[in-house]
Design a protein around this ligand. Sequence first.
Ligand code: DX5
Ligand code: ZN
Length: 227
Amino acid sequence: MHRHECLENLRQAGRLVLPSLLLCDFGHLADEISRVEQAGVEALHLDVMDGHFVPNLSYGLTLVEAIRKMTKLPLDVHLMITNPASYLDRYYEAGADMITFHVEATDQPRDLLSRIRELGAGAGLALNPDTPLKTIDPCLELCDLVLVMSVMPGFGGQRFETVALEKLTNLRQRLGPATILSVDGGVNEHNIKQCAAAGADWFVAGSAIFKHQDYAQRVSMLKEMVG
Ligand code: DX5
Ligand code: ZN
């Protein structure tokens, strides 16, 4: 399926819970992916970290290419890297359907968003809890997705920061329905309903899924909570 179509389908899909591949068991990655597929997720969130933009090093192009071969699910690639401009084409070629970079990592966010769209992927822009919304205002018209971070990026298992709720509410009022609003970091059963009420469409969950035995039970519980 062409990635434009894929993006259109994702938009139509409404509210989605996306497992974040950071806290999964990388020693059994193929099994982990098929377990969340069987749990009924519609896309995967891949946390790429370079050890510079964030104080953690996760994985890069090689693993994204490998994951691309393991699943047909759309790949929502979250680039927590410096100098994302140099990597957009390569993450597209590696199989990313949605490419999200951090507004804090570049001074030409509009150019990068346009480049991602030119490539044929969905263009996403992420902002950290301590980054004010006005930083991304000039870019909103070029975003297929806005990723509101509810933790400082770099690690799973952190505490949800409620500043994300105000940002979600504000953005939902200003963004058209075509722009996906995603929330990422510390999302779980105790705050996901508030995120949905604030206007989020996508809910990225790492520990809320992978730190539990029964992935299917966790995914269906979270999906039920967002309706
Ligand atoms: C943090 C990542 C998040 C995180 C999600 O930098 O972007 O996707 O891994 O994991 P939890 O849900 O455990 O915070
Ligand atoms: Zn993420």
